[in-house]
Ligand binder design. Structure first.
Ligand SMILES: Cc1cc2nc3c(=O)[nH]c(=O)nc-3n(C[C@H](O)[C@H](O)[C@H](O)COP(=O)(O)O)c2cc1C
Ligand code: SF4
Length: 695
């Protein structure tokens, strides 16, 4: 297949100071939960991006000094020369494909509590930690600013020596440099505060320092927000930003532009659609002659072309689209648009950072697994036998298992009990704002269409007997899970209503069986589902009260950076919110709530309740098959995968499907299931600490 000439413009090289990007595909800095802790996993992940055609591949935020430490969220580091070796592994791999490597130098200030290094963080003033830690920053004096410039310069030189082609001055996202620019945070009375020129001084100095230190070999980029403060969606408040930008416009070699509201910049598809930053930053290119990159969860090549042709950007920035599909540029280049695995905007990738574990992705199960499991987003090892595999259930796990087994060359039968593929994602995609989740199904369905070795049977609920009759050598049960009609009280599942009193679950709502209301939606799941159900019910004209045992709405969604938007959406919709209360009983007229702290009980009048609590694996078929095993066992291997094994998020189901498929016929070392990326004793540098002599 050949590239559609409409997209040629995306493959033009772009000169960035002393270096040239081979095309316009630019993987902006994004962290991975690996950083300095897991350099081999990280390097291999970035390598795959370069292999997939990204012309620029950047690091995550990269700390320049131990007074800027974000653990348990793992950053990269350039604290001393030992870090150079780790980064070199990545840059060498990125260069293999002719791509450029970028390093985002970072100083956290008010956003880093330094819980690991235990050093006082520094910022423009003494301010409370922005992440809620009970620490304050030390106000930087002029000597501190000189030190910071020194560290930044040293880090830039180390970045250059590690092979990076682009070095960032990172002046946004509420970190130190952003606070120097900010008229509210910067209340200094010295030459770094007060007037606009003074507030811009440190950024100007750092750009000049970096150019002077490495500018002959490396481009200097600045990450900078185009608007001043978080306003109403679609209504930017630019404040002084344009004036500020004009003062710096020609200094760096590249502008990487974002916005004040991170929940817009890294917006969930439920709330923010592709290209949402444009109204905020469409003026930038008119002020600078330097190349501009920006983001917007770009997955459509037509949108990308339009952005370039209309002079909005020169380079298409992407974090999540490059995570969901590291081969997105190559697929456009090769005219394979139907193979693009589009990001669904769920931000599960971000949860890895928040949880301090390696990155994961709902759409791309290979993300973060490239090194330790040897997974690749586009390839899979050839089949290990001529066996036939039956997969029962075509939800996220079953579809991914069928796709990967098909890719490996196995003969696969995929049996789905209903008339549609997709299982839970098809159902959930029908809920308000969730339409992009259907991409989990659509990508896989599209791939299966191209695989003559995969037969798909719809409307085919199988009994245990049917399964035996297929004669398959391997059987995977991927039948999903059902939402429960009871709640887990911490030890056991308990009913909340007497017999005869109806209790709704999300499955009922997705089936179109709606309560009459007023209705209580009880959230024992604490992710997105209860809020989406509440929104659905408000849309049907019902009065809704949302109740959770947690202190906040959709508590787990804090990890995906969507909690704030969820709560404000519910408030906008007029949903009543009750936190820190369990729903313990419902009698058809009122719900009994119990305070999590005092045990105090209160009655809430309600005609109906929807329990969004836990899910029960749909594993009856699995057990029925097992029950038929004779003395010699079953004539096939049998496994449960995805929600049928252990209900979890969609990303876990897709991962389970992929794990099953890549593991089939593979020799597994029971004692060493996968390589573990961590320092091996012997490689560790001796401590440089000087211990006081004991007299
Ligand atoms: C998993 C993840 C980690 C991120 N880490 C960083 C980071 O370390 N530094 C940074 O400047 N931005 C970071 N971002 C923000 C992205 O660079 C980008 O601005 C944002 O995701 C919007 O782009 P997208 O729509 O292409 O994902 C991160 C985003 C994601 C999804
Ligand atoms: S985890 Fe979700 S948001 Fe992140 S890249 Fe994958 S599909 Fe996109």
């Amino acid at each position: 297949m050949v590239r559609d000439p409409r997209y040629d413009i995306l493959f033009e090289p772009v000169k960035i100071g002393p270096v040239t990007a081979p095309n316009r595909f630019y993987q902006v800095p994004h962290c991975t939960g690996m950083g300095h802790l897991r350099p081999q996993m990280l390097a291999e992940m970035r390598r795959v991006k370069a292999e997939g055609g990204w012309g620029v591949v950047c690091t995550e935020y990269c700390s320049i000094h131990p007074t800027s430490d974000d653990l348990t969220t793992v950053s990269a580091t350039l604290w001393n020369d030992d870090d150079i070796r780790a980064h070199r592994v990545m840059t060498d791999k990125v260069h293999e494909y002719g791509s450029l490597a970028g390093a985002e130098l970072w100083y956290g200030g008010v956003r880093s509590a330094n819980n690991f290094t235990r050093l006082p963080p520094m910022d423009v003033a003494s301010m409370p930690n922005a992440e809620g830690h009970p620490y304050q920053t030390r106000a930087m004096d002029c000597a501190d600013i000189r030190e910071l410039r020194h560290w930044h310069r040293k880090a830039a030189i180390r970045a250059r020596d590690a092979g990076f082609d682009i070095v960032y001055v990172y002046a946004t996202h509420g970190y130190l440099l952003a606070n120097f620019l900010d008229p509210r945070a910067n209340t200094r009375r010295d030459e770094y505060g007060g007037s606009l020129e003074n507030r811009v001084r440190l950024i100007r100095e750092l750009i000049e320092d970096t150019k002077e230190a490495v500018g002959d070999r490396c481009a200097v980029a600045v990450r900078f927000k185009a608007d001043e403060t978080i306003g109403e969606d679609g209504k930017p408040e630019w404040g002084e930003r344009r004036e500020m930008f004009e003062m710096l416009a020609e200094l760096p070699d590249l502008w990487d532009i974002n916005v004040a509201d991170y929940t817009l910049e890294m917006g969930m598809s439920r709330f923010v659609k592709e290209g949402a930053l444009e109204p905020y930053m469409n003026w930038v290119k008119s002020v600078t002659s330097k190349p501009v990159v920006s983001v917007g969860r770009f997955t459509s090549p037509d949108t990308m072309v339009s952005q370039v042709k209309r002079g909005i950007v020169d380079l298409i920035g992407a974090a999540r689209p490059s995570i969901a599909d590291p081969f997105l540029p190559r697929k456009i280049d090769e005219g394979r648009l139907e193979d693009i695995r589009e990001c669904i905007g769920c931000n599960i990738c971000y949860s890895g950072d928040a949880l301090g574990v390696p990155i994961r992705c709902t759409q791309n199960p290979a993300m973060g697994e490239e090194w330790r499991r040897g997974w690749h987003p586009e390839r899979a090892p050839a089949k290990g036998s001529d066996a036939t595999v039956l997969i029962v259930g075509a939800g996220p796990a079953g579809l991914e298992a069928a796709r990967t087994l098909g890719l490996r060359g196995y003969n696969v039968m995929l049996a789905e009990g209903t008339r549609t593929l997709g299982g839970r994602v098809t159902r959930e995609a029908g809920l308000p704002g969730m339409s992009e989740y259907i991409r989990v199904r659509d990508y896989r369905e599209q791939q299966l269409l191209k695989m003559p070795n995969v037969e798909v049977f719809l409307d085919s609920p199988l009994s245990a007997e049917d399964v035996f009759e297929t004669g398959a050598d391997h059987v995977a049960i991927a039948t999903g899970a059902d939402w429960r009609r009871d709640r887990f009280d911490g030890k056991t599942y308990v009913p909340i209503a007497p017999e005869g009193v109806r209790v709704f679950t999300p499955d009922d709502i997705m089936d179109g069986n709606l309560p009459e209301g007023p209705v209580v939606v009880f959230d024992g799941d604490n992710y997105y589902m209860a809020s989406v159900i509440a929104e659905r019910l408000v849309g049907a004209g019902l009065a809704v009260t949302y109740v959770t045992e947690e202190d906040s709405v959709s508590a787990w969604a804090g990890h995906t950076s969507e909690r704030w938007r969820i709560r404000s959406r519910l408030m906008d919709l007029g949903v009543q919110i009750v936190t820190a209360h369990a729903l313990t009983q419902f009698d058809g007229e009122s719900a009994l709530l119990e305070c999590e702290y005092s045990g105090t009980e209160a009655r809430l009048p309600a005609r109906d309740v929807v329990l969004v609590t836990q899910r029960a694996p749909r594993d009856r078929l699995y057990h029925e098959i097992l029950a038929r095993a004779g003395d010699e066992g079953l004539p096939f291997t049998l496994e449960r995968i995805g929600d049928a094994e252990a209900p979890a998020i969609v990303a876990a189901a897709v991962h389970a499907g992929h794990r099953y498929a890549t593991g089939l016929d593979a020799a597994l070392d029971r004692d060493e299931p996968f390589p573990h990326d961590r320092p091996i004793i012997g490689d560790i540098a001796p401590s440089t600490a000087r211990h006081a002599k004991v007299a």
